[in-house]
Write a protein that binds this ligand. Structure first.
Ligand SMILES: Cc1ncc(COP(=O)(O)O)c(C=O)c1O
Length: 439
């Protein structure tokens, strides 16, 4: 059994039940009158923001909205808030703070990365991409054919949407330099065995770029345990501000080199190296709020733990923070897994819809795409909205996956996605409404 799963199982055995009243008290949206009666099932598009993030944004704009890092008290505090965000995210991801980069979005971050790789790869070098990915982690790599790179596609099974590891082995050649893949597809919902895949890639000297956007909202991963050289996700789907986070292991960052202004090439400006757009100061500072929400979840369910020390800034984080991160992820995961079976069972017994991806809760994120045989997903989505269900329809930029599954890319799928703050009563409401609107 992989070490990551063993670790998770150990934690799951000692896990308290998630206190949903507490959880929802951390999200102002749940006490917002204009949202009352609305059940949020488009979390794969964007989650609600936790209060810690909203308070951080408010504080930044109100008290420290000046150019950071100058000597004035407000500027010094602004810079300190930003520095702290890298430290706090690094703790939860089990990487070093200097390996965390915060840019405008994952799409922008992969675009910068692809530009960087174009400069260091050689014509004829091979890149393995998938057709399971969101376009953000496939289109930019495919475009490197313009620089002479050769693209090999790791294709999904057209029925199940799964990626087969045996096929990956056949695609690897002595010229393979890069493997790009999703931790979890935003359409198919299957959680890929990323630790095993990264190990396989590492053994062949291949750099891995893992899109964790559809995974991270269900519990931040231990990036060191996963073994991903580059790991990306978007905080606006992880209860935070609209920012893309990417971790780049130090040797890879050094190999790629500074992508920003030439005079910022020294290590002191590492957080600028892969963010040529320049940082959104307030939003970077607000990233602390996500860590603070996870801290609050941990404290409420497990009691107080040691506060992060200033000395953790330049070191890989401590066992204490790793344990905190694992417990928080396990809490969220357990709550979601408990809600999945009734919804999966309902959709599976409905003959008029095709449920994409794993049919069981195991190895599945609660991101469920369905294709109605005779109804239009956009019309169904509108019908759900009339009954207080917020869902989404279309291809969700997982265009290639939708096409490979044999689904009409114009109409796409109806997507229903939830997270740990979703109540069983909301899932029941969703099932009742689906029962009414599906033919
Ligand atoms: C799986 C996946 N990858 C990448 C992205 C792109 O993220 P961003 O909107 O931050 O560019 C998305 C956005 O929906 C996504 O779902």
């Amino acid at each position: 059994m992989p070490a990551v799963i063993q670790q998770e199982q150990g934690i799951a055995n000692a896990l308290p039940a998630l206190d949903l009243d507490f959880v929802r008290s951390q999200f102002p949206a749940f006490s917002e009158a204009t949202l009352a009666g609305q059940a949020h099932f488009e979390n794969a598009g964007g989650s609600y923001a936790c209060r810690q993030v909203i308070e951080r944004l408010h504080h930044y704009y109100r008290c420290t909205k000046v150019q950071p890092y100058y000597p004035s008290p407000a500027a010094t505090e602004a810079g300190a808030q930003m520095d702290q965000a890298y430290v706090r995210l690094a703790e939860y991801l089990n990487v070093r703070p200097q390996e965390v980069h915060i840019g405008p979005s994952t799409s922008q971050n992969t675009a910068t990365l692809a530009q960087a790789f174009a400069q260091v790869l050689q014509p004829g070098d091979e890149i393995i991409v998938t057709n399971q990915d969101h376009e953000a982690n496939t289109g930019v790599w495919r475009r490197l054919t313009d620089a002479g790179m050769v693209i090999r596609e790791w294709s999904i099974d057209p029925e199940s949407g799964a990626l087969d590891s045996a096929q990956l082995a056949q695609l690897i050649s002595p010229r393979t330099r890069l493997l790009t893949l999703p931790h979890c597809s935003n359409i198919i919902g299957q959680i890929n065995p990323v630790a095993e895949i990264c190990q396989q890639a590492k053994a062949a000297g291949i750099i891995t770029v893992v899109d964790g956007v559809s995974y991270a909202g269900h519990g931040l991963p231990d990036v060191t345990a996963l073994g991903a050289d580059i790991y990306l996700f978007s905080l606006y789907k992880v209860y935070g501000p609209h920012q893309g986070v990417m971790t780049i292991r130090t040797p890879i960052a050094e190999f790629l080199g500074n992508q920003s202004h030439f005079f910022n090439a020294d290590p002191a400006h590492i957080h600028a190296h892969f963010v040529p757009a320049g940082p959104d100061h307030a939003q970077v500072a607000a990233c602390n709020g996500v860590a603070e929400y996870f801290d609050a979840l941990h404290q409420h369910h497990f009691g107080a733990t040691q506060a992060p020390s200033a000395s953790s800034k330049d070191t890989a984080h401590t066992t204490d923070s790793q344990q905190r991160a694992q417990r928080v992820a396990a809490l969220m995961h357990a709550a979601e897994q408990a809600l999945l079976p009734p919804l999966l069972d309902f959709l599976k017994q409905r003959n008029s819809v095709r449920l994409i991806g794993p049919q069981q809760a195991e190895n599945r994120a609660p991101t469920l795409s369905i294709v109605p045989a005779r109804q239009n997903p956009a019309e169904l989505c509108a019908a759900l909205a009339q009954h207080g269900i917020m869902a989404g329809s279309g291809h969700f930029y997982g265009y290639r996956a939708v096409k490979a599954l044999g689904v009409n890319t114009q109409t796409g799928v109806l997507r229903l996605s939830f997270v740990h703050y979703t109540r069983a009563a909301e899932v029941e409401q969703l099932i009742r409404v689906l029962d009414q609107v599906l033919d």
